[in-house]
Design a protein around this ligand. Structure first.
Ligand code: CMX
Length: 134
C-alpha cells in the first residue's frame, strides 16, 4: 500500500455539508461527482496532501443510506492507494480478508476500487484504490 488516499465521511445532505466543510477547511471542494453504480453523490476536498470525500446517498438501497440509518453521520471508510489493485486484492484475499467485489470496479475521482468487509478488518471499512492511468 502506498498511502492513505482519502477518508470518506457519510453525510445526510451534501449541499449543507459542502458549506460546513468549506468553512472548516476555508476552501471549496475541487470536485463534485455522482457515482450512480454506488448510489452516491460525492464531493472532494484537498487539504495539503490529504483528501476528504463527503458522501450522500442518492437512493435508499445505497451503502451510505444504510450506514447513516444504523450509525448516523460520520467516518465511513479509509481508502488506501495501491500500485497494482489486482495484485493487492489477490494478496489480501490470501491473507484472509473478505473482498466485497471480486473484480475492481470504477469509483469516484477516476479510480479503480475494491472494498474489504469491515468484519474482516476490525470494524473498519477499507477501500483499495488505484488511479485509472492513460
Ligand atoms: N464501517 C464499519 N462498519 C460498517 C460499515 C462501515 N462503513 N457499514 C456497515 N458496517 C457494519 C454494520 O454496522 C454491520 O455491523 P453489525 O453486524 O455489527 O450490525 C456489518 O457491517 C454488516 O452490515 P450489514 O447490515 O450486514 O451489511 P450492509 O448492508 O450494511 O453492508 C457493507 C455493509 C460494508 C458490506 C456495504 O456497505 C458495502 O458493500 N460497502 C462497500 C461499498 C460502499 O461502501 N459504497 C459507497 C462508497 C462509494 C465510494 O466511495 O464512492
Amino acid at each position: 500500500m502506498l498511502k492513505i488516499e482519502h477518508l470518506g465521511i457519510a453525510v445526510k445532505n451534501i449541499e449543507q455539508s459542502n458549506g460546513l466543510f468549506s468553512k472548516l477547511f476555508n476552501k471549496a471542494p475541487y470536485k463534485l461527482e455522482k457515482v450512480e453504480s454506488e448510489g452516491v453523490s460525492t464531493s472532494f476536498f484537498m487539504i495539503g496532501e490529504s483528501k476528504i470525500e463527503l458522501l450522500e446517498a442518492t437512493n435508499p438501497d445505497s451503502a451510505i443510506a444504510k450506514f447513516i440509518e444504523k450509525k448516523g453521520e460520520g467516518i465511513h471508510h479509509i481508502a488506501f492507494e495501491v500500485q497494482d489493485i489486482y495484485a493487492e486484492m489477490e494478496r489480501l484475499k490470501k491473507e484472509g480478508f473478505t473482498l466485497l467485489n471480486e473484480q475492481p470496479k470504477k469509483g469516484a475521482d477516476n479510480k479503480l476500487i475494491c472494498f474489504l468487509h469491515p468484519k474482516s478488518s476490525n470494524g473498519v471499512l477499507i477501500e483499495l484504490c488505484q488511479e485509472i492511468r492513460g
